[in-house]
Design a protein around this ligand. Structure first.
Ligand code: BGC
Length: 660
């Protein structure tokens, strides 16, 4: 029955103390506010591992009665439906408190795991004590929704909240969070002092707090300091919320937390605004109410935890049918002609993108003209012009060069043809209507983070040699991959933990024309010969994609005797997957082109049927003429440990294809 549970056994219990502190309350509020997030392959294993790193040790639920007095007015649980049923009141209270109840009901959840630790709560008798208290804590919370559409519902709520707190207008979008169907992530750093100041500065809020809840928090808020790191991730029907931080004390837990969950050193700051402060105030109010409720019903709740009474579970008779009757635009049949312009057949991903999209569109009844341009800009322009002349209603274009399609797309616009930029943004023209892509900056971040973790740069004192190979300078994505990765590794280059013996770190110096394997190989050979002679070790080679990674690996095969360094990549091309299995390449970023293709097909159908087109980012991708409404999908990374689950079990490749 019990899946797993975690408990901090060094002294203080999970959520043991008199209060669910404002720290946690704020964290949870922000979690709900900011909602959720980009999934970087977060899964139960990572949850378990990170809990372990935070010293949240496993709890055998059968031990609960021995530790009854430790639970007091807090709770912890982990289990499936049956257990949840027993604890439903507790769970409902928790969801209410954290406002998660707005997003879903406990009926929708089939399993829950909660882990946490706190310190310093002993001296906390009421909220006024907070200003002197030195608190720290961390928690991890995982829920599994029974039905996938519940996760979708949750994501919709998240998006609404994100809009409300105006995160997008603060330009935090693609880097800091990602929301897509069933998937998302968000990583934030919350500065408690700043948050408190925000509330203090708002007289209305302070008044409403006083009137509504009969609490006056002025002194307390004035003196609160601290930092919280928060990560919310959604994958399929799983929701993971992790938070850690400190109030008024050492930032150790914050740091531990950031480390354990592999967040960047400093997750992005949450932009404070009135809505955030407003909701926080509301939450603190709920919390205050909860406190008094807990004090009165402490015993009952404890009993519930230890001896769940199934006959006394919360009444769930309100069975309002919540079925979403909105039309599903996916799979809508249609007629009309679609032109698909892909850069080249030579790279497996583009070949697959084109042919899969053609198949899906034809299955829906559309006529399709699919062309590959052999990586030649003039050919691509000519092919697109032919598509316009032959009466295409929609064009899906993966540009070879981001800025070379201005004139031909003006011609498309003149004929009312809708243009969807595919994977690569098209620049300097108003004629691009939509952009369907993966979060390109995040691709680079995944590569950078992988290196940081593999070399243990956060904790370790070692110094390592690294070289960098980026993509085609005329491809806008290449710059995004590069900056995503450099934002992660540059601090270590600056501090000397990473050394680039060639001295080549600028984008222009490390770029690879046309993403060519041979070009990447030639440069890598020169670097190895000049800077890594006589056994000089190279520890990592940041490569922006698989075609350049293969060039670097070829050069290493020829000119390097040591162990293979950590080589990163992107696309999970078959050759690279083989290299990953053989230990020559450490990782590749997987952009499931089935997802991007299907999303684009939905967008095409929506255009053809005059429906609102799905987008999830309207501010990040400016092409020099306009903010292009975009749909971003989530990339994840693949290593020798997870390739089977991600690539084989999901049906992307067969064992035969990768040589097994
Ligand atoms: C794509 C990558 C690909 C590269 C080379 C980029 O625009 O986003 O997936 O590896 O082009 O074709």
């Amino acid at each position: 029955m019990i899946k797993f549970g975690y408990l901090y056994k060094e002294g203080v219990w999970i959520m043991k103390k008199k209060l669910l502190s404002v720290l946690l309350a704020a964290v949870m509020l922000i979690g709900v506010l900011a909602g959720c997030s980009k999934t970087t392959g977060m899964n139960q294993d990572k949850f378990v591992k990170a809990c372990g790193k935070l010293k949240l040790t496993e709890l055998d639920i059968d031990e609960l009665d021995e530790i009854e007095e430790n639970i007091e007015d807090g709770f912890c649980f982990s289990g499936d439906e049956e257990l949840i049923e027993g604890y439903s009141k507790v769970l409902d209270t928790y969801l209410e408190l954290t406002k998660l109840s707005k997003a879903f009901e406990s009926d929708d959840i089939v399993s829950v795991s909660f882990a946490g630790k706190c310190a310093g709560y002993d001296d906390l008798k009421d909220l006024d004590d907070l200003e002197d208290a030195e608190l720290d804590g961390a928690f991890a919370f995982q829920m599994n929704f029974g039905q996938k559409d519940k996760a979708e519902e949750f994501m919709k709520g998240v998006e609404n909240i994100l809009k409300k707190v105006n995160i997008k207008t603060k330009k935090l979008s693609s880097k800091e969070y990602y929301v897509s169907k069933n998937e998302g992530y968000l990583r934030l750093h919350i500065d408690i002092e700043q948050l408190c100041q925000m509330i203090l500065d708002d007289d209305d809020l302070m008044d409403s707090m006083k009137n509504k809840y009969d609490v006056d928090l002025e002194d307390t808020l004035e003196n609160l300091k601290g930092d919280i790191a928060l990560s919310v991730e959604i994958k399929g029907s799983n929701v993971f919320i992790f938070a850690g931080g400190a109030v008024n004390s050492e930032k150790k837990v914050y740091k531990d937390f950031v480390k354990a969950f592999g967040l960047a050193n400093d997750p992005m700051s949450l932009p404070m605004n009135e809505d955030v402060a407003d909701d926080l105030t509301d939450l603190v109010g709920t919390y205050v109410k909860y406190l008094s409720k807990v004090r009165n019903t402490k015993k009952t709740i404890t009993d519930k935890i230890v001896n769940p009474d199934k006959t006394d579970k919360t009444d769930k008779t309100d069975k309002t049918d919540k079925t979403d009757n909105k039309p599903d635009t996916r799979g809508i049949k249609g007629s009309g002609k679609v032109g698909i312009s892909m850069p080249t057949k030579d790279l497996m991903r583009w070949y697959d993108d084109g042919s899969n999209m053609k198949d899906e569109l034809e299955a829906l009844g559309y006529t399709v003209d699919l062309q590959y341009a052999g990586n030649r800009v003039d050919t691509q322009v000519q092919q697109i012009q032919n598509m316009i002349n032959s009466g295409c209603d929609v064009l899906v274009v993966a540009a070879i060069e981001s800025s070379s399609l201005v004139q031909v797309l003006e011609n498309a616009k003149a004929k009312d043809v809708t243009v969807i930029a595919y994977d690569r943004l098209i620049f300097n023209t108003e004629a691009v209507d939509y952009y369907a892509t993966f979060d390109n900056y995040m691709v680079g971040q995944l590569q950078g983070r992988y290196i940081v973790e593999a070399l243990d740069l956060v904790n370790g004192n070692g110094t390592y040699n690294i070289e960098i190979t980026a993509g085609d300078p005329t491809d806008n994505n290449a710059a995004l991959f590069y900056s995503g990765a450099m934002d992660v590794i540059k601090p270590y280059i600056d501090s000397g933990k990473l050394k680039v013996l060639s001295g080549q770190t600028d984008f222009k110096d490390v770029a690879t024309d046309s993403w060519k394997t041979e070009t990447a190989q030639a440069r890598a050979e020169n670097i190895l010969a000049a800077y890594y002679p006589n056994g000089t070790k190279i520890d990592a080679w940041l490569c922006s994609n698989d075609s350049t990674a293969c060039g670097v690996i070829n050069a290493l095969n020829k000119f390097y005797d040591g162990n293979y360094p950590i080589v990163t990549g992107q696309d999970c091309d078959i050759l690279s997957v083989k290299y990953i299995i053989a230990g020559k390449q450490a990782m590749s970023v997987f952009k499931d082109t089935r997802t991007l293709v299907s999303q684009t097909v939905v967008m095409v159908s929506q255009v053809m049927n005059d429906q609102t087109v799905d987008v999830n980012d309207t501010v990040t991708y400016n092409n020099g003429k306009k903010d292009v409404p975009s749909y971003l999908c989530a990339p994840i990374f693949v290593t020798a440990d997870n390739y089977r689950t991600i690539l084989i079990d999901s049906g992307y490749y067969t064992d035969d294809q990768i040589g097994y």
